[in-house]
Design a binder for this molecule. Sequence first.
Ligand code: ADP
Ligand code: MG
Length: 384
Amino acid sequence: MPRLTRTFTDRFSHSPEGVWSAPGRVNLIGEHTDYNGGLALPIALPHRTRCAASARDDDTLRIHSLQEDSLVEVRIDDVAAGHPGGWAAYVAGVLWSLREAGYAVRGLDVVVDGQVPLGAGLSSSAALECSVAAAASDLFGLGLLDTAEGREVLAAACQRAENDIAGAPTGGMDQAAAMHCTPAHALRLDCLDGSTRQVPFDLSAHDLALLVTDTRASHALADGQYGARRDACEKAAEILGVEFLREVDMASLEDSLARLPDDVLRRRTRHVVTEIARVDAVVEALRDGDLAEVGRLFVASHESLRDDYEVSCTELDLVVDTAMAHGALGARMTGGGFGGSAMALVPVAEVERVSSAIAEAFADANLTAPVSFSVTAAGPAHRD
Ligand code: ADP
Ligand code: MG
């Protein structure tokens, strides 16, 4: 019996009714655009979080994770901002928000096992939420996994859990990726209307690989800085008289920038507007099979995040610079920044050389050893 179901049975003295799973994600391009009503282009990772679960007749959630020691018990009715605290909020919050959305959910016994590295910018939080949401949908007969609209409902419930209960003010990209990504495709996600489009993404046809590096760095300023970036975008949008910076188009960017009162707001806005344009530029380059152009757009994105949005850090820059110096077609930080992960578009034959060079560069700089791995575009949340 696999460790997950064995642990479930040991903990709760009965077998789970099933196992559900959801993927982490890596965003190819379109960073810090989701809360600006912009575009993003994530792929689902092969790394998944699994959730063994069974329904209860009462209102109680009993939650355990193989990545944590504790067993958390909470009634859905008692779930609120900050309660339960810590990691269990991501699980309890999903049941709470499904109930808030009008779905008849009851308690669950849950054990989760995550393969997505925690806090590495690869969205272990959404993988956790979405695996639990998938379980709840099936166990309570909600049928929400069966249609695209139902999956949107689940993604929205998971985002609300993360925002309102776990207290992380994130946009909706991660949950949308976990619910809608399909194998061998990237997901063009329009965060203004929530619409999605599948974009074929098969690097092996070009003898290329996507090398992801978890820098193992997580700088304490991340949370406050994320909020500050959101605030700056809202302020710039207000001054420009638009609801979201998405509505500022590239053609009139210079005019719009001239209307902003300070350099910081101008640079934040320039990042968002150019980054949104780069998403469709990557979609077009992928369609045309022009992977060199995809690589150039990755680098442009990184420079914009580093210089205009100021969310990169030493470790992320080091991955990008080292990969580019060793034959990558392009590289960029991915995720919110201030640590977490970067990725590089690398010829398959060079993957070992590039990942060794990154490891050596980190050792030379006395940084914690990073973890690099190649990924392919995998599938969404489902029953295993
Ligand atoms: P990321 O989503 O990039 O990995 P976050 O800070 O958004 O980073 O989410 C990480 C948090 O999610 C962890 O600190 C933990 O609270 C929770 N989490 C994710 N996966 C698990 C898991 N398998 N077990 C327990 N907690 C988890
Ligand atoms: Mg997260």
